[in-house]
Design a binder for this molecule. Structure first.
Ligand code: RIB
Ligand code: NA
Length: 308
């Protein structure tokens, strides 16, 4: 069976310090504990979708270290078809994460093997990409690789691009190649140059991306839910979510994107607003637990209403 959701994206090894709060610039603070776990926005989103029951595949690159081998085992355990190139002279991608007691995080990543993904790797995965219902991409691998995958996929199914981490210089081709572009508020500010204060600035920022040729834009707002707009209806629509006490927001965006891809692939008749609402429910679940993969809810732990 072909995979309904295909991710072309990153794998990272997450080195996380849990700390009372995030340090200020130049400051050293004493943390509480330390963990090494598996992350990366590409892999996280793929796993989030898989845990909801999606048939998934990932096309990615790992380093020639023990972490790379361990990650292959995780893909097996999670039932993900993994099309992985191991880079002989490079380490796996690394994320240095700080998580504060209020659940906030800050992250520095080193791309490592993710930076060495090749056009050839995409070409040899053409079959997998072409047969996807949803193609899911992020900004943690070279943009030219993402663009190439999107070109292979063009005219097939639904492409979703998560513009994270954000960059000011998005290649202009991207906007017409992706059906849905999704970022959080900070990323939206970097990408559009619009300072987000209130709904009129959000409307303005979203229109900026629609004008560039993007079909639908979603901006996630953490505990406030998300807003979206599209070419057919450019007026922003807001979707709320329930308020919770978060312990770790790392990967909440990935939970949202994996879930959103799931609802688009498996419930294609649901409205945009309903897909966003259900994805927010999954993301909200994820902030109640530590880590990324371990915090993504399994289908069996969620209300059956979500899958109706
Ligand atoms: O989105 C969360 C992820 O961002 C972490 O798992 C880390 O690897 C970084 O890529
Ligand atoms: Na979490």
């Amino acid at each position: 069976m072909s995979s309904k959701i295909v991710t072309v994206g990153s794998c990272m090894i997450d080195f996380t310090c849990f700390s009372p709060r995030l340090p200020k610039s130049g400051e050293t603070i004493i943390g509480n504990r330390y963990e090494i776990k598996y992350g990366g926005k590409g892999a996280n989103q793929c796993i989030a979708a898989s845990k909801l029951g999606a048939a998934t595949a990932i096309i990615a690159s790992l380093g020639s270290d023990i972490y790379g081998q361990e990650y292959l085992k995780i893909f097996k355990e999670e039932n993900i078809d993994a099309y992985i190139q191991i880079q002989p002279n490079q380490h796996s991608g690394i994320a240095h994460i700080t998580v504060a007691e209020n659940g906030e995080n800050s992250i520095v990543i080193l791309l490592g093997s993710n930076a060495l993904m090749t056009i050839n790797h995409m070409d040899s995965s053409t079959n997998v990409i072409e047969n996807a219902a949803v193609l899911l991409c992020q900004f943690e691998i070279p943009l030219e690789i993402t663009l190439h995958a999107l070109k292979i996929f063009k005219g097939r199914g639904l492409s979703i691009v998560n513009g994270a981490p954000a960059t000011k210089d998005v290649h202009p081709d991207l906007w017409k190649l992706c059906d849905i572009f999704c970022v959080n508020e900070t990323e939206m500010e970097v990408i559009t140059g619009v300072q987000l204060q209130g709904s009129s600035s959000m409307q303005q920022a979203i229109v900026k991306l629609l004008d560039k040729g993007c079909n639908t834009v979603i901006v996630t707002l953490g505990e406030q839910g998300a807003v979206y707009a599209s070419q057919e209806d450019r007026t922003i629509k807001k979707v709320g979510t329930t308020r919770v006490q978060p312990v770790d927001t790392t990967g909440a965006g990935d939970a949202f994107l994996g879930a959103f891809a799931y609802f688009k692939a498996y419930h294609p008749t649901l409205s945009m607003g309903e897909c966003v609402r259900r994805a927010c429910v999954v993301a909200t679940e994820s902030v109640l637990k530590f880590g990324t993969h371990a915090s993504f809810p399994k289908r069996s732990s969620l209300s059956p209403d979500l899958f109706a």
